[in-house]
Design a protein around this ligand. Sequence first.
Ligand code: NDP
Ligand SMILES: Nc1nc2c(ncn2[C@@H]2O[C@H](COP(=O)(O)O)[C@@H](O)[C@H]2O)c(=O)[nH]1
Length: 325
Amino acid sequence: MEIFDYDQILLLPRKCRVQSRSECDASIDFGGRRFKLPVVPSNMKTVVDEALSRWLAQNGYFYVMHRFDLDNVVFVREMKQHGLYASISLGVKAPDYATVDQLAAEGLAPEYITIDIAHGHADTVRDMIRHIKAKLPQSFVIAGNVATPEAVIDLETWGADATKVGVGPGKVCITKLKTGFGTGGWQLSALKWCARVATKPIIADGGIRSHGDIAKSIRFGASMVMIGSLFAGHEESPGNTVEEGGALYKEYYGSASDFNKGEYRHVEGKRILEPIKGKLADTLIEMEQDVQSSISYAGGTKLMDVRKVNYVILGGDNAGEHLFM
Ligand SMILES: NC(=O)C1=CN([C@@H]2O[C@H](COP(=O)(O)OP(=O)(O)OC[C@H]3O[C@@H](n4cnc5c(N)ncnc54)[C@H](OP(=O)(O)O)[C@@H]3O)[C@@H](O)[C@H]2O)C=CC1
Ligand SMILES: Nc1nc2c(ncn2[C@@H]2O[C@H](COP(=O)(O)O)[C@@H](O)[C@H]2O)c(=O)[nH]1
C-alpha cells in the first residue's frame, strides 16, 4: 500500500477543454441537495455557530452545526422556520437519543444528521444509526470518524448514508501523540484506501492546509471535504478574538480539548491562535475559483472530472507516476 499525504502529491494536467475557468462547475450533489462547493466547515465550536449555519444554508453551501452546549431541537425548529435545511451533529449518549426522540415527536426531521465521535467504528454508532433510521427515516445520516476500509464497510452496512474519514489529521489534533493511532501524516492515502470499498459518499475530514488539497481529496475519492483551521480565524468565526504582539488572532481549539470539554479528561485536542484572515464569504469565493481552476487543469468541466487525472508522488519510497487510482 502506498503511504502519502497532501503535500507529497501533485495532480497531472490534462488538455484543457474550456475557454474560461468560469465554465467549470465546482458544485456537488450531496444527500439530495446541490451545493456550490464540495467543502464544509468543521462542526466545531470555534468554526461554526447558529448565525454562520444560517448564512451558509442561505447562500448555497453545506454546513454541519456542532453539538456542544446547544439545544438541537431549538436549532432545527429555527432553521425550518426560516425555510432552511437543518444539518446537526449528535453523539451516542442518552441525551442524543432523547434529541432524536423529541425531533421525531415534533415532526422536525433534520435533512442531515452527522454522528460525530472520535472512534466512529463502534457498536454505539451502529445503535445510533439504527435509532435515527427508525425514528427519522427521512434524515441523511453521516457517520464517523473512521480510518479503515473495514470501518467504512461496517458503517455503510449499518445504514449510514455517508461516512466521514479522518482520525487525527487535524491541525489541533493530538490523537497521534496521545494514543499512537490515526491517519495523521497519511490522511490522503487513508482516504484512497477507504474510497476503494465505499459505495456511498465519503467526507474527507482534517489535514487540509491549502485550497489545492480540496482537488486532491476529490481525486482520491471524497465527495465532500471538511475543513477546520482554514475556516477558523475569519471575522465571522465564533472563536474569541485575542490580541498578541499588536496582531489580532481568533482562537481555534479541538472538540476533544480541555477548552471544549471544560475538564482535562481523555483530552485529544489543543488550542491554537489563527491570524484573522478577513471575511468568510471572500474565502469561499476564492475556494470556488481555485476549485474551478483545478477542474480546468484536469481537462474537465465538472468537479468529478478531477477523479480522472494521473498524479505523482514526490520523494520517499513510493515516489513515481501513477496512471490510475
Ligand atoms: N476526527 C478526529 O480525529 C477526532 C475528533 N474528535 C472530536 O472530538 C469530539 C468529542 O469526541 P468523543 O470524545 O468521541 O465524544 P464524546 O465525548 O461524546 O464520546 C462519545 C462516546 O464514545 C466513547 N469514546 C470516546 N472515545 C472512545 C474510544 N477511543 N474508544 C471507545 N469509546 C470511546 C465515550 O465514552 P468515554 O468518554 O467514557 O470513553 C462516549 O461514550 C467529537 O466532535 C469528535 O469528532 C476527537 C478525537 C479525534
Ligand atoms: N484528534 C482531534 N481531532 C479533532 C478535534 N477537534 C476536531 N478534530 C478534527 O479535526 C478536523 C479539522 O481539521 P483541520 O486540519 O481542518 O483543522 C475536524 O473536522 C475534526 O474531525 C480534537 O480535539 N482532536
